[in-house]
Design a protein around this ligand. Structure first.
Ligand code: ZN
Length: 104
């Protein structure tokens, strides 16, 4: 098919594996220094990526990968929200549930 457009590839901070950016969950450290989820993938600030997989989330948490990558400490609420999203109906291994904002 004619979808040969180059996908930007990012590294998951949980397992260090690479994946197309839109298949990953982005976390961002905002100007206020707080870490949050970035549903749009376009928020300004330092970003880090995770597979939408609980194993990667837990691995990143244990190894403090986000702290290192973002140089900020994600609050418990951030982890809880990640877990809630990944435990949801979309399930692990699927694209993030918020990807519906992409037309098509
Ligand atoms: Zn991963």
């Amino acid at each position: 098919m004619a979808r040969a457009r180059h996908e930007p590839v990012r590294t998951c901070v949980g397992c260090r594996g690479q994946a197309p950016r839109r298949a990953l969950v982005r976390l961002v450290r905002g100007p206020d220094g707080l870490v949050g989820l970035d549903p749009t993938g376009r928020a300004p600030g330092r970003g880090a990526y995770l597979h939408p997989d609980l194993a990667c989330v837990e691995s990143a948490r244990r190894r403090r990968a986000l702290e290192r990558s973002l140089r900020a400490h994600p609050s418990e609420a951030v982890w809880e929200r990640l877990r809630a999203i990944l435990s949801g109906p979309a399930g692990a291994g699927q694209a993030p549930v918020w990807s519906h904002d992409r037309p098509g």
